[in-house]
Design a protein around this ligand. Sequence first.
Ligand code: GLV
Ligand code: MN
Ligand code: MN
Length: 425
Amino acid sequence: MKPSEVAEEVNAERLVRRLGELGEVGRDGAGRTRLALTPQDKEGRDLIVGWLREAGAQVKVDRIGNIYGCLPGRNDGPPIMLGSHIDTVVRAGAYDGCYGVIAGIEVLHCLSATGSRQQRSVAVAAFTNEEGVRFTPDLLGSRVMAKNIALEEALDIHSSDGNVVREELERIGYLGDLSPWELLPAVFLELHIEQGPVLDASGIGIGIVEAVQGHSWWRVVIDGMANHAGTTPMDLRQDAGVAAMQIAIKLHNSAAKAGIPRVATIGSITVEPNAINVVPGKALLTVDFRDPDEEKLREAERLLEISLRKAREAGFRASAECISRSSPVRFDPALCSLLEQTAAHLGLSARRMLSGASHDAQMLAGICPTAMIFVPSRLGISHNSREHTEPAALAQGAQLLLETTRQLAVVGESNGITGIRAERV
Ligand code: GLV
Ligand code: MN
Ligand code: MN
């Protein structure tokens, strides 16, 4: 590989400073809560839009609220797209998603600093509702772009608190008029923190992500009978809370027994009426299964069905609704090789790996050659305010993103990447 002629470095100090600044938006104790399409999300989006403009990009917003900052190239073909998301989970860290967007903006700064247009257009995207905490399914903006869900269906989604995507987008001023398919990328690259322990434990600076495991999310409702805690004998109860806990323990133990990489999480359990002296009459729980093997993911789903059948046999009403699903996805082999060669050229240690977390890139992989870069997460902690990545590691990941973008957008199409379809497994 020939190194590109322009040898600028990303501004690591600005990258880290902006992560800190965005991390203050939605401050919630030690973390931040910036759920999709809330006033906090709007405040974060406004910062991103300002930084994109500062980097010389034209800002556009599409009909599902995805934000794009575009740096036109000399030819008018589809852009090389970089991006991620800035919505968060509850009391989140400052890096998940935000790193990929802010590092993408750094790449735009470097490209526009040369004063001459690169060969291909480069765009940075911040996708709507990646996390899926307030609105399900997750990966909403990228799902719409990849036609995994219809735009109108996505706009009509209701949150658990009764709000609707379309109205919330309008309320925060991010219901754009661009078609979500106007800027379909030629190539998509997502830079992200690993959110797991592999890189930190091995002392390797860069993960080249070859695949993302599949996920399957369920909302389960168990109906029993509310009754008096003091007078109802144990054998006459229809305790929906206990039934829910039994299902939770069964799914948890089965994943633990299956071993790595299978995981199952009951992230939310609520009972009604939720009072100390009332046997719960109703229970609601969420189930999150992940596995890199589609057949094993289906096996986990069958176990949920069996657990519900047993609850019904014990006299409960029990039902489950699938609220999000994505099959395992493999990224583009040629793009992974380009990342590997570019990391070697920059003198960075790198290894190939699987992503345990979900990412917008897994949707983009259905429409264009796609790959991801990971940097280490201290102790593998994420979806937690203690999420941390060292500034030097953040800078290395951003530098790899910059150099790879140059290979794709400046050196041009000679590397044979453009046009290779991503493979779904
Ligand atoms: C998003 O971070 C997810 O993997 O759920
Ligand atoms: Mn993320
Ligand atoms: Mn996340």
